[in-house]
Write a protein that binds this ligand. Sequence first.
Ligand code: XIL
Length: 328
Amino acid sequence: AAPESKLAQRRPGYGAAATLWNLQADPRFGEAISTYCTQLVPELELKWPMLRPDAHTFAFERADAILDFARQNDLTMRGHALAWYHDIPDWTRQIKDAKGVERAFVDHIATVVSYYKDKLTSWDVVNEPIPDNPKKVTDRRDSFWSQNLGDRWIPLAFRTAAAADPYVKLAINEYDIESAKGSFIAKRAAFRKLIMDLLDQGVPLHAVGLQSHLHAELEIDTHGLAEFVTELRSWGLEVLVTELDVNDQKLAGNPAERDAIVAQRVDDLLTAISTSGPVRSILTWGISDRHSWINGTFAREDKQPNRPLPLDGEFKPKPFLDVITKFA
Ligand code: XIL
């Protein structure tokens, strides 16, 4: 169990994504998570390619090792992600008939959710179902799953997960719906429509994940976001912040100036979400700038490291962490 001195520093609703690779390679990484967090989520280890080297194998070892770390440190764990347009292994894409695809899809969700029954707090069942730049409110992201199973891939994923674990919280998770930009507002409207349709069909959906991969150069749509979150809660859904970070790729200025803007965006986001109730779960996608997917994916022109997370590259707290402390 974690020592008392650590438990005292923890932010009750705060968690972070972790890879087993980082936990094993850099002791400061696990140390930071167990100091500040009460929960974690595997960044890669519960995705199809990691779990499923082939059609017959479920390789739970790496995700289990993260669960062991969580248990040793009194952290809860959530699961990410059962059905996603991205990260589908080749052997799955090679299944040529729709029936076979459906069997693989159901088998995967049922097996993985059953295996972790009573061990996780929530699951991202469906990840990123809405296209960027939707033209109509009914637009859905085209994917291998939608091509083979039609729109019912989404209800099927939730019903299969609920049958495998009737108590775990089931979430739908989406990005680029938080900032004030026309295409994001359209994406939020399409996401809202999908959620309404699922609830109308009686689909077992309990929570909505706002990934919150924020863009430092864009303001938060505080009014629109607050309205959306209020509505979700009025429908009985829990609202989770699942993958928060702030991409400062397009931000000029020295590190201190960038950190201030990053913290302000997070404050605006969490203020908007908390107008209609407390945010009980806030997870950042990593915890230190040293280990962030933003650095690999969205490198800055000036070649300086990005500063998207609550701790800097040396694990020192930044203003971002103070904002987490205020809300979590
Ligand atoms: C990212 C990981 O952080 C990267 O390391 C990996 O290469 C790609 O996936 N939305 C999600 C996450 O739901 O699963 C993604 O994670 C980031 C965007």
